[in-house]
Design a protein around this ligand. Structure first.
Ligand SMILES: Cc1ncc(COP(=O)(O)O)c(C=O)c1O
Length: 409
């Protein structure tokens, strides 16, 4: 069946959005019509290689046969019921995620930000549940990104996001350096939680050092505070393990997930260990949509596909192939100042040309983005092929040669 709304043109779409939407997004000109595997297509049928996967959401690529089948079947059965009743999938999914992460309890949300809000409420509820009245302080890291609502924004230590909305939630302290000494200085009896993205995505793919994560665990134990890992961008297989913290053997007390959890259908989660399992009492937190049957059924399928299609191994292999190719290019291009990554979350420090490079890649049919202004960020779908990676590297090589030649002139 053809969709009558799809007769709209690119120009009409743009002018409608300009007129009727709050101008919160600076969009590129591309109108995405549909996708297949690692590619998307515009309204004129032009194909683009998606090296960003909808910002780490479309990890299984577009139009995955099994995802589409579950969407149709469960859509016909039931999209929503309400959290007043049970449905078959929420408990099954919670068990599956808890087992994979070494956790005990799960609360489902609709987004990453809401998962962070739930984590922050648990962090405040935890000391109270243990009879401690004065332990409100939350620690977070410089350049972090945890979301846009007031709680999540208050621990998102980036001036451009926070400045217009002050005053923010009080009792937050930002750690400015990722050193053990800086961590030690920040901790005291008032700290209830430390929040860390093991790989900072929006900051431009910054890998937090292992010794920092290990010291964080020790200090949280010493001060009876909670270690919260935000794995919304780096979790769910993106690093080649289910969760980034599993590369370091540092177990958090709480972990947040979202993005690719339900293959593009909105779903977030906060997972907690036995220590925090009794912190929230009935009625203290809730959501209308979070943990609905369609989202949970899709997330179960995502986990099945990752397992049955051996995608973690694929991420490790292709991530290694991509990083190796980038390092080879790095030897030829002075604009590539640093290459960082693990699995299929990769950043290339390009300085002031990053945004220009992203635009030129798009013109040549490749989607990527510039994180933190200066970093080319790559978050391709796990189903990407070696040939796709080769195509990307070849195009990046051409674009960088062009940019560097123009700079010299
Ligand atoms: C690490 C991290 N935390 C939180 C969020 C917020 O998630 P959402 O946009 O689903 O609310 C994001 C989104 O980019 C993220 O990357």
């Amino acid at each position: 069946m053809t969709d009558p709304y799809l007769s709209i043109t690119t120009g009409q779409i743009r002018s409608l959005e300009e007129q009727y939407l709050f101008s919160t997004y600076k969009r590129s000109d591309l109108v995405v019509s549909h996708g297949s595997g690692a590619h998307v297509y515009d309204l004129d049928g032009r194909r683009y290689l998606d090296m960003l996967a909808g910002i780490a959401v479309n990890s299984l690529g577009y139009n995955h046969r099994r995802v589409v089948r579950v969407l149709m079947e469960q859509g016909q059965r039931m999209i929503h019921c309400s959290n007043l009743f049970y449905h078959p999938y929420q408990g099954l999914l919670a068990q599956r995620l808890a087992d994979l992460a070494g956790m005990s309890k799960v609360f489902f949300t609709n987004s990453g930000t809401e998962a962070m809000e739930a984590a922050l409420k648990i962090a405040r509820a935890y000391p109270r549940s243990r009879g401690k009245a004065d332990q409100p302080l939350i620690l977070a890291l410089k350049n972090s990104f945890h979301g846009r609502t007031f709680g999540a924004l208050s621990i998102t230590a980036q001036e451009k996001y926070q400045a217009p909305f002050r005053p923010l939630v009080p009792d937050v302290l930002i750690i400015e350096e990722f050193t053990v000494q800086a961590l030690q200085r920040a901790f005291n009896e008032r700290v209830c939680a430390l929040v860390v993205e093991p790989i900072q995505g929006e900051a431009g793919v910054v890998l937090i050092p292992r010794e920092f994560l290990r010291a964080a665990r020790e200090l949280c134990d010493r001060f009876d505070a909670l270690l919260i890992f935000d794995e919304i961008q780096c979790g769910m297989g993106r690093t080649g393990k289910y969760f980034a913290f599993q590369h370091h053997e540092v177990q958090p007390d709480l972990m947040t997930l979202a993005k690719s959890l339900a293959a593009g259908y909105p779903l977030g989660a906060v997972l907690g260990n036995a220590r925090v399992g009794q912190s929230l009492k009935p009625g203290e937190h809730g959501t209308t949509f979070g943990g609905g049957p369609l989202a949970c059924r899709l997330a179960l399928e995502v986990l099945d596909v990752i397992e049955e299609e051996g995608l973690l191994r694929r991420v490790e292999e292709l991530g290694g192939y991509l990083l190796e190719g980038l390092r080879r290019l790095g030897g030829q291009h002075p604009s590539m100042k640093e290459i960082r990554g693990l699995g299929l979350i990769v950043g290339v420090e390009l300085g002031s040309v990053a945004k220009d490079v992203v635009q030129r890649l798009l013109k040549r049919g490749i989607i990527a983005n510039a994180a933190h202004e200066t970093v080319l960020r790559l978050l391709p779908p796990f189903v990407i092929s070696r040939e796709d990676v080769d195509e990307f590297l070849k195009t990046l090589d051409e674009v960088l040669s062009e940019v560097e030649a123009e700079k010299k002139q």
